[in-house]
Design a protein. Structure first.
Length: 128
């Protein structure tokens, strides 16, 4: 059974490292990262290539999360597809110091008076 506290982060760039920091703060263990180019030293290390997700996650008994933040990159969408294909659900990560702002006091602020027009009266309009 895969340990939900152990994570493999897909992407070892700046956003991937930030995802790893949140995971560690939330009590998870980051076993390593993946990159298109494969393994390299680091702490945690890059364990292999993105296309080795299923093998790496099984070998390290870990769930996986996408650590590529740029939504314009095709690689990000490909990683989400690979997660689904590998049947590796991505757990929700929430920093322990995260807060949610209270809702605004009024959801609908009046932008203008609903019954008055700010346009000047027509000179041809006559009032009795």
């Amino acid at each position: 059974m895969t340990d939900p506290r152990r994570l493999l982060v897909l992407g070892a760039g700046g956003h991937g490292r930030a995802v790893a920091d949140v995971a560690v703060a939330a009590g998870r263990t980051v076993v390593g990262f993946t990159e298109p180019g494969g393994a390299r030293l680091g702490d945690p290390p890059v364990l292999g290539r993105d296309d080795e997700l299923a093998v790496l996650a099984k070998r390290h008994d870990a769930f996986a999360v996408v650590g590529v933040g740029n939504t314009a990159l095709a690689r990000r969408a490909e990683l989400f597809t690979a997660l689904a294909a590998a049947c590796r659900p991505a757990p929700a990560l929430v920093h322990p110091r995260a807060t949610v702002a209270p809702p605004p006091r009024s959801l609908w602020a009046p932008l203008c008076s609903p019954t008055r027009s700010s346009a000047p009266a027509s000179p041809s309009a006559k009032t009795p």
